[in-house]
Design a protein around this ligand. Structure first.
Ligand code: ZN
Ligand code: ZN
Length: 136
């Protein structure tokens, strides 16, 4: 069990809380994540669906299917990426640990890794500590 973590989008409309520790932490370098987030990679925490709930602004979410299995939910007002539903992981939800209110770790130190590193931008230097895989 972890302390309940709270987070939300940049404009403050959408708020959520996470009450179960993450089981996985991914830094994804695939081109879809880079495009959707506008960043050089995107970081996700995966937790049981029962462990994340919206406490405000769920009706202000929009959804975008970036591939047949991946639906991304984001704030309609500020565009902040909030969560991902992955069709083949119906019992889990992926959320963005970068938008938690404070620095509390969402868990899953042991599973933190870089994924889809084959798609990594060539000029980006990664740490030498975390495991890396070319796909998920
Ligand atoms: Zn917002
Ligand atoms: Zn990705």
């Amino acid at each position: 069990m972890i302390d309940v973590l709270k987070g939300g989008c940049q404009c403050g409309t959408v708020r959520f809380e996470v009450s179960e520790p993450a089981t996985d932490l991914y830094h994804c370098h695939c081109s879809m994540c880079r495009k959707v987030h506008g960043t050089v990679f995107a970081t996700y925490a995966v937790c049981p669906r029962s462990g994340m709930r919206f406490i405000q602004g769920e009706d202000n979410l929009s959804a975008f299917k970036s591939s047949p299995d991946v639906t991304r939910r984001f704030c309609k007002t500020c565009g902040c990426q909030i969560a991902i539903d992955v069709a083949y992981q119906p019992d889990d939800i992926w959320f963005m640990p970068g938008i938690l209110d404070d620095a509390d770790h969402p868990g899953a130190d042991q599973t933190e890794r870089h994924i889809f590193v084959a798609d990594k931008l060539p000029w980006l230097h990664l740490d030498e500590v975390l495991p890396r895989t070319d796909q998920a």
